[in-house]
Design a protein around this ligand. Structure first.
Ligand code: ADP
Ligand SMILES: N[C@@H](CCOP(=O)(O)O)C(=O)O
Length: 356
């Protein structure tokens, strides 16, 4: 769990009352997560999650909170952030109709930090998913991609290629020569891939970008033979505008990987991919670039885990994730045949030489 900032009962109570959620009955720091401070807040009206954002700014947060609201409004099982009625502008019917610079009613302040309150999902995370769980996740992921097409805000994935280029030199000194060669070589490959015309033409939109098995909740099947019920997905705070294929690769690298070895699991891969494609079939270019994006997704989490592990932040409850896992996943992914990458066409055709 992570609690980086302690929240007093009285301050949390004042917030939930202001949001019209009733009186606070209990406030409990959550074990799980590594990025933000999270509490379960139970009021006389229901169960909620209070998140204090430790790195994201007031300016960056409306993208994530409004994305969650957008998806929830389209019937996806995503917890809707609770708006402050006092911050809702009288005339504007909907926060998405406000200008990007208007205050966001879904964003609050607690202990001086940006904060949000979302509904608590029922169920629990399935940390040993079967093909049936992967099927449910694949279907939901494709539906989320399609439902995000009309989301009006654009914000880059803040843990994308520029962040990898910035962070790799910071973590390299902690690695042995063998690891450093893998990390630097993969980063060079990903820079090359990102410059290609095929990569630049990939379909994109708002993506979750961290939809691991611990960011989804399931209820067990009600009867034998029934599929597990995916009750929702949460933790959109690494989301951003990026390729749908990267999001799919992040999911495959967690849901369809054997944790002890880092090897892909064929049955779970087929289930996740098959369910995704039943809703949104991949294009030919996406199919060709999937191996490269699986490497990208492994690299992304190897870098962030190295960074969190070797440069930890102060927290009263924090359990860093194991970086070696994604080193193993990357080695497996990089041992597969790599896609051929054609360089990007110049954006502007060269001017013909002037004639005298
Ligand atoms: N909406 C929610 N419903 C139920 N549990 C949640 C919800 N949001 C967070 N949690 C719980 O809090 C834990 C940490 O949340 P998470 O968003 O992963 O943290 P972080 O922001 O640090 O990544 C989760 O593992 C889960 O148990
Ligand atoms: N899913 C990432 C890091 C973010 O973890 P979370 O528990 O805060 O969602 C990883 O496993 O490295």
């Amino acid at each position: 769990m992570a609690v980086f900032t302690e929240v007093g009962f009285a301050e949390a109570d004042a917030l939930v009352q202001r949001l019209g959620l009733g009186a606070l009955q209990s406030l409990r720091g959550i074990e799980g997560g590594i990025e933000n401070t999270n509490y379960f807040a139970t009021t006389d009206q229901g169960d909620y999650v209070l998140t204090l954002f430790e790195r994201l700014s007031f300016a960056q947060l409306p993208y994530y909170l409004e994305l969650m609201r957008h998806l929830a409004e389209r019937g996806l099982p995503v917890p809707a952030p609770v708006a402050d009625p006092a911050a809702l502008p009288g005339a504007a019917a909907h926060p998405l109709e406000q200008s990007a610079s208007a205050p966001c009613p879904l964003l609050h302040t607690v202990a001086g930090k940006p904060a949000a309150v979302v509904q608590k999902l029922s169920g629990r995370s399935e940390l040993a998913p079967t093909a049936a769980h992967c099927t449910a996740l694949g279907t939901l992921l494709a539906r989320m991609h399609l439902a995000g097409r009309d989301f009006p805000r654009i914000q880059p994935n803040l843990r994308g290629l520029p962040w990898w280029n910035e962070t790799v030199p910071v973590v390299l000194p902690y690695l042995d020569a063998h690891q450093a060669a893998l990390l630097a070589g993969e980063l060079a490959y990903q820079n090359h891939l990102a410059e290609s015309a095929a990569y630049q033409a990939l379909p994109r939109g708002p993506v979750h970008a961290d939809l691991f098995r611990d960011n989804a909740m399931f209820e067990p099947p009600r009867s034998e033979g029934e599929a597990p019920q995916l009750t929702g997905v949460f933790d959109f705070y690494f989301a951003g505008t990026d390729t749908w294929l990267f999001d799919l690769a992040v999911c495959l690298n967690d849901w369809a990987i054997d944790l002890p070895t880092g090897e892909p699991d064929a049955a779970r891969t087929d289930a996740l991919l098959g369910a995704y494609e039943a809703v949104r079939p991949l294009g030919a270019a996406e199919r060709a670039l999937l191996p490269g994006l699986l490497r990208a997704a492994a690299l992304r989490f190897w870098i962030s885990r190295l960074w969190d592990f070797h440069l930890p932040r102060e927290a009263s409850m924090l359990k860093a994730h194991d970086p070696a896992h994604f080193e193993r996943v990357l080695r497996h992914r990089a041992s597969m045949p790599a896609p051929r990458i054609a360089p990007a066409a110049p954006l502007v055709a060269a001017e013909p030489a002037a004639t005298a």
